[in-house]
Design a protein around this ligand. Structure first.
Ligand SMILES: Nc1ncnc2c1ncn2[C@@H]1O[C@H](COP(=O)(O)OP(=O)(O)OP(=O)(O)O)[C@@H](O)[C@H]1O
Length: 299
């Protein structure tokens, strides 16, 4: 049995089909991502799995149970990340977390342990409204985890953070399922899905277009690897004659060599002393989105 089983999940708001016959399974201990641009239907999908929103049609099982109508047996086993706006006002970070913990009979020592795990020891006595965006996100993640649920749901956990704060949060998220916990995350950041998730469902206009590990999705593209060499490294005609090079494009960065045999081409470049400043660009999830939808990815 998967930790989460979803089949034929559908939800409309008036004329808008927000979620359209979505189905997938998440294995226990998996780090699963739902990736898609704004309005793709990620939040609606997540809310139906969490039991916060009633599906128009379809089935959801979380740990073998139905989350809707409200299922009290599931509540202690699920952690749902709060949006920062749902914090209690005028509480300190520790008080906030202790209040959530108290709902589940969590011991104070556990509260302090999570304050430490999310790196908020210095801010434990700071009121929540005085925390930075990144600190609030970390506190909201601690609130979702303090009762040690089996499954944790994170909806756009790094939205609106600066790049450094996002990276810091990735380190935290990366450790979340070390102990076998299942993590489901929505994101509109391709690089985030690539860095964190075991498997990714790419969602657009209410539908899941692709579902696999990031590496398998990119491999499935059969896209050429692009190798950029510095403009002065070699004449274009020489680059075109290298074994394994399919095409050469002159750009302001240099010559871009497209190849499906990158190792052989790099060996040739090394033999010609043309490796300095070389950049290698393999496919990314952005290329997968483009290939699947015919549109550039715009988060
Ligand atoms: N409460 C609602 N009432 C009406 N329409 C809604 C409601 N919530 C979402 N929608 C619409 O449903 C579609 C899917 O929205 P949803 O929030 O699930 O997408 P999302 O992928 O989470 O997007 P975002 O990244 O912007 O949060 C969108 O077209 C949105 O405008």
């Amino acid at each position: 049995m998967g930790a989460i089983e979803v089949a034929g999940l559908t939800k409309s708001y008036g004329e808008t089909k927000a979620v359209d016959a979505v189905g997938f399974e998440v294995a226990e201990g998996e780090f699963f991502g739902i990736l898609g641009p704004n309005g793709a239907g990620k939040t609606t999908t997540l809310e139906m799995i969490e039991g916060l929103r009633r599906p128009d049609a379809g089935e959801v099982r979380v740990l073998g149970e139905q989350p809707w109508p409200r299922n009290p047996a599931l509540l202690p086993r699920m952690g749902v990340q709060l949006q920062a706006s749902s914090f209690f006002e005028r509480l300190t970070a520790r008080e906030q977390l202790a209040t959530f913990g108290a709902l589940y009979g969590v011991r104070p020592a556990k509260v302090d342990e999570w304050i430490e795990r999310v790196g908020l020891v210095d801010k434990a006595s700071t009121r929540v409204e005085a925390l930075s965006g990144g600190q609030m996100q970390r506190l909201s993640i601690a609130c979702a985890l303090v009762h040690e649920p089996d499954i944790v749901f994170l909806d756009e956990p790094t939205a609106a953070l600066d790049p450094q704060a996002r990276r810091n949060l990735w380190d935290l998220l990366d450790g979340l399922n070390d102990s076998g916990r299942t993590v489901v995350l929505t994101t509109h950041y391709m690089d985030e899905a690539e860095a964190l998730c075991d498997r990714v469902a790419i969602m657009d206009q209410g539908r899941i277009l692709q579902l696999d590990s990031p590496a398998a999705l990119v491999r499935g593209l059969d896209a050429a690897t692009r190798i950029t060499v510095l403009p002065e490294s070699m004449p274009r005609e020489d680059a075109e004659r290298l074994d394994g090079v399919e095409s050469v494009e002159q750009t302001t960065d240099g010559l871009v060599l497209a190849t499906r045999a990158p190792a052989a081409v790099l060996t040739e470049l090394a033999a010609r002393g043309a490796l300095d400043g070389v950049r290698v660009h393999a496919g990314t999830l952005e290329d997968v989105f483009l290939a699947t939808t015919g549109r550039e990815y715009r988060a």
